[in-house]
Design a protein around this ligand. Structure first.
Ligand code: C2O
Ligand code: CU
Length: 481
């Protein structure tokens, strides 16, 4: 009896933790994919584009009934797509109508630290925070999400996230009709219990919540009607912990055209693409007229090559989205052979080493909002060597910059990146250049983007200073928000 009991418990644990979910081939795609609306904006007298974003509560049917309590921006779940031009000035009026304080962070954006929306820029309930800056980076698919210390996982999981697209008149022509042949795909996994999002503490995985219900733009079991010969998909992994290894059925391959921070030098034809939490990619896919294909995430067998066996945070095979092509497709822009020249970041003059030594620490230290971990001199190219010294997967995100990953043989990692997956035991070398913005008192963050890890303190802070102006003004301790 005792043995049966233990066996039963073990099987139950396995069902939660160890067992692989496989939803491939069983999902009926019955809901038209929701496309986040483009955020409204107005132009100020001085030319600034002004957006109003309100974080609010509501209810949303995410496949488990209409009474599921959710959070969103200008709506009940997720938020509108903000779209702005390179060189333009923007102001975002972010109002908090939640019952708790939060923040809104512009992930991937190069901007002054005080506008970054990190844990030092808290917005109390009932208040509005209005950062403004000039967009000064290449065309890219960025995103926004809360970033308060200790509860980012909960706020994102409840539904606060959206895309922030940057357009650049200088980039080559690509499919760009929003919602038609240029489609954002915000991919998230959820767990439900009694019709509500399951927010019980992540007791079953070290990484926090891993769900087997996949939503795209908040739509469960979604399909998208393809009407053009090619579709550009802007993939965002906005999941708390799950890593996806995307592929299409029916032998459909795709062109990778952009990574986190912008377009590649040239498209790369791929059959698989892995994104860990926070990472983005733009791909262009052609679905033959009258046929369909399913975007799915598949588990890869472990191999020896660190860049191909990138072990996932959820060892599952999941169907995500069906693309259904109509009987005749409208011709649209083909992907050019050359995209954009990559920035030359120069030679590094400073090397820093970071070691992830547990699910809550970097260089043996847990995040302390009052501590400045690194002081960076502006107009410097640095090499950050980041080691995952643990047996679990982590990733690493740096605010303010787009970095270049050195030594990688994976073409999917060749473009501008702000977040990188680091397999257990591996080290990545990241080349980055700090420019324009300095502030001795307001730090930027670097951290693991598995949100439970970030919340537990797998995060550090750096300031960028102009040494000639600020040297003596870097404070010993920062005020803690
Ligand atoms: Cu997407 Cu520091 O975060
Ligand atoms: Cu981590």
């Amino acid at each position: 009896l005792l043995l049966v009991g233990i066996g039963g418990v073990v099987a139950l644990m396995a069902a939660w933790n160890g067992a692989r979910h496989d939803t491939t081939g069983v999902i009926e795609f019955e809901n038209a994919l929701d496309i986040p609306p483009l955020a409204d904006s107005r132009t100020d007298a001085d030319g600034t584009r002004v957006f109003d974003l309100t974080m609010q509560r509501g209810t949303t049917d995410l496949g488990h009934g209409p009474a599921t309590e959710t959070w969103g921006v200008n709506g009940s779940y997720l938020g509108p797509t903000v779209r702005a031009d390179r060189g333009g000035r923007v102001r975002l009026n972010v109002s908090n109508e939640l019952s708790v304080a939060s923040t809104l962070h512009w992930h991937g954006m190069h901007l002054p630290a005080a506008m970054d929306g990190g844990p030092h820029q808290m917005i109390e309930p009932g208040e509005t925070w209005s950062p403004e800056w000039t967009i000064d980076q290449a065309a890219a698919s960025l995103w926004y999400h809360p970033h308060l210390h200790g509860a980012t996982a909960e706020h994102v999981y409840r539904g606060i996230a959206g895309m922030f697209l940057i357009d650049d008149a200088e980039t080559p022509e690509l499919p760009s009709s929003y919602g038609v042949d240029d489609v954002p795909l915000i991919v998230q996994d959820k767990r439900f219990r009694d019709g509500q999002l399951d927010l019980r503490p992540g007791m079953f995985t070290e990484a926090g919540i891993i769900g087997s219900d996949i939503l795209v733009n908040g739509t469960p079991a979604p399909f998208f009607d393809v009407t053009t010969e090619r579709v550009r998909l802007r993939l965002l992994n906005a999941s708390n912990a799950r890593t996806y290894n995307f592929t299409f059925t029916e032998g459909v391959t795709f062109d990778l055209i952009a990574t986190d921070g912008g377009l590649l030098a040239a498209p790369v034809r791929l059959s698989h693409l892995m994104l860990s939490p926070g990472e983005r990619a733009e791909i262009v896919v052609s679905v033959p007229a009258g046929s369909s294909t399913v975007l799915r995430s598949v588990t890869q067998p472990l191999g020896l090559d660190m860049w191909t066996n990138r072990f996932s945070g959820g060892d599952d095979s999941l169907d995500i989205l069906e693309l259904r092509a109509g009987p005749s497709l409208t011709p649209n822009t083909a992907v050019p052979d050359e995209l954009v020249a990559q920035r030359d970041l120069g030679e590094p003059t400073v090397t820093r080493t970071f070691s992830i030594s547990g699910s809550n620490e970097i260089n043996d230290q847990t995040m302390d909002m009052g501590r400045i971990d690194e002081v960076v001199e502006v107009n410097t190219t640095e090499m950050w060597e980041v080691r995952n010294g643990t047996g679990a997967p982590h990733n690493f995100h740096v605010h303010d910059v787009q970095f270049q990953i050195l030594d990688s043989r994976d073409p999917a990692l060749a473009g501008p990146k702000d977040t990188v997956y680091i397999p257990p035991g591996e080290t990545v070398r990241l080349l980055m250049r700090f420019e324009h913005y300095t502030d001795p008192e307001v730090p930027y963050m670097y951290h693991c983007h598995i949100l439970a890890h970030e919340d537990r303190g797998l995060m550090g802070q750096f300031v960028v200073i102009d040494a000639s102006a600020h040297q003596d003004r870097v404070p010993q301790r920062l005020p803690q928000a």
